[in-house]
Write a protein that binds this ligand. Structure first.
Ligand code: FRU
Length: 505
């Protein structure tokens, strides 16, 4: 018998129990990385994954992320998992409020997992999954999840509710039951959670608060969707309504690749349909649609901004991918915040307008591009926003090489193919290679006549490419060499016309 419980031997409850020199050394290693992002949220060191508790409280946006600070430190192996706290008044500049909820109670002793938050009177109510393992002295470990509540006051102090809101999973589910996303409807609080049925298929379950103090909840039922066999587990579900339509956004694990779709190890996508029927939990919806066409996108969370916009963030990464930054003892960042809009039963994604405050030097472009490779980036800055329209009425294809070196032998390549009505993103020559076993190219159909709008955010180690009105978005982490500071363009089968702007960020 293997006693796996040895893994918990050096567990600590609070990050401040770790000697300061250990933390400083981790942060020093991370700071030496050439891949540190400029305008994306990253951890100072360690492992960052899902966005949590995304909310507006006390005049500010609050955002937390899953954080395992010593994930890459092997000796001593101190283990910890919690929510890290940031606040902002514009969703662009974030104040660092440090570790927030930590795995320090019997209900979350093996992980303070994902969850959400909502303003209730003058406090922020947080609900998350406390992960615990039972039977750890045997080979037959069992996951025992608790749904845990915590209150944050206006001074950002947390108090956990010491009794679980919900103990264990639904009886027809395995221990995979987590990631509550809370909302209010008709004066009742509900939360949707990801779950795994006993037949090992993924689903979503709803819990509902009983009474008004949010300390007592009941297992309300299964969200009745049309999909009985969509993967083996749904993580991070999020239910919301936009323009009178219901949306369930979630991250199903275990979808086999199908044509251009589901090429990543795990997926994120949505159902759009009629608003949820709260009596029967029926949710009539369209087919599942994948949300992002790129490589690194998972575990989304949305919130309603005070002005009514539905804003989404995602983990700009996926589990089990070994990112080149792990060498510097950190991994993961969050995507830029995106506004979600519904059009023709599809979710469109747009960079939030607040990001305009990042803009520095502006360059206008109005260029005819022929079949020679021409350099576009004239400032040599790496971090840039590109917003332009490409007119392909006389051309067959448009090629855009981002983060290219002088010879353009390394780059991240986007091809717009008019004839095939497709966009292709390749990171085959992007720089440091990783995750190659999931392929180096992603492709999406995109309908357009002659002109297509491209809106692109380039950070030190990522690109986010919004195409058309936001109907196709490619998110990709890339790890270029330091000499890859250029942009090249080329038109194939005739000239393309580019009109728009580039900003240094
Ligand atoms: C998704 C996820 C969640 C879980 C969290 C733990 O990436 O696996 O389901 O709550 O990460 O960090």
């Amino acid at each position: 018998m293997v006693n796996k419980s040895a893994q918990f031997k050096n567990m600590i409850k609070h990050i401040d129990q770790v000697p300061e020199n250990v933390i400083k050394e981790e942060e020093r290693l991370t700071a030496a990385s050439p891949f540190r992002q400029k305008f994306h949220i990253e951890a100072k060191s360690g492992f960052l994954n899902d966005p949590n508790g995304f909310s507006f409280f006390n005049g500010k946006y609050h955002l937390f992320y899953q954080w395992t600070p010593l994930a890459f430190k092997k000796d001593p192996s101190i283990w910890h998992h919690g929510w890290y706290h940031l606040a902002s008044s514009d969703l662009v500049n974030w104040e660092d409020l440090g570790p927030a909820i930590e795995s320090d109670s019997p209900l979350d002793k093996h992980g303070t997992y994902s969850g959400s938050a909502m303003t209730v009177n003058d406090k922020l109510f947080c609900i998350y999954t406390g992960n615990t393992w039972t039977n750890t002295q045997t080979d037959d470990w069992r996951r025992l999840p608790y749904q845990v509540g915590a209150w944050m006051d206006k001074k950002n102090r947390f108090e956990k509710i010491d009794k679980p809101l919900i103990t264990d999973s639904f009886s027809d589910c395995t221990g995979h039951f987590r990631d509550p996303k809370i909302w209010m409807h008709d004066n009742n609080y509900y939360a949707v959670l990801g779950a795994q049925r006993r037949n090992l298929t993924g689903t979503a379950k709803i819990i509902k608060s009983v009474g008004s103090d949010l300390t007592q909840w009941q297992k309300y039922g299964e969200l009745k969707t049309d999909e009985k066999h969509l993967g083996y587990m749904w993580e991070c579900p999020d239910y919301f309504e936009v323009d009178g339509q219901g949306v369930l956004l979630f991250s199903p694990q275990g979808l086999p690749a199908k044509g251009d779709h589901y090429r990543n190890i795990y997926q994120t996508g949505y159902f759009i349909g009629e608003p949820l029927n709260y009596d029967t939990l029926e949710f009539k919806h369209e087919k599942f649609k994948e949300l992002d066409a790129g490589f690194d996108f998972y575990a989304t969370q949305t919130m309603e901004a005070p002005d009514g916009r539905r804003i989404m963030l995602a983990w700009f990464g996926i589990s089990e991918i070994d990112y080149p930054t792990t060498k510097y003892h950190y991994s993961g960042c969050l995507t830029i915040p995106r506004e979600l809009i519904i059009k023709d039963k599809k979710l469109l994604q747009r960079p939030i307008r607040e990001l305009k405050s990042l803009r520095k030097k502006e360059t206008q472009i109005n260029l005819l591009i022929d079949d020679s490779m021409s350099e576009l980036n004239l400032t040599g800055m790496v971090t840039q926003e590109l917003d332009f329209e490409v007119d392909l009425s006389l051309a067959e294809k448009f090629v855009l090489d981002l983060r290219a070196d002088q010879e353009n032998s390394h780059h991240t390549r986007l091809i717009i193919d008019k004839e095939k009505q497709a966009c292709i993103l390749s990171r085959k020559d992007s720089g440091v290679m990783f995750a190659e076993k999931y392929g180096t190219e992603r492709r999406r159909q995109v309908k357009f006549q002659e002109k297509l709008h491209l809106h692109i955010f380039i950070d030190v180690s990522s690109v986010e490419i919004f195409i058309g009105k936001g109907e196709v978005v490619f998110s990709a982490r890339i790890f270029p060499n330091e000499d890859q500071t250029k942009i090249f363009v080329q038109s194939i089968g005739g000239e393309s016309h580019l009109v728009g702007k580039i900003w240094d960020l």
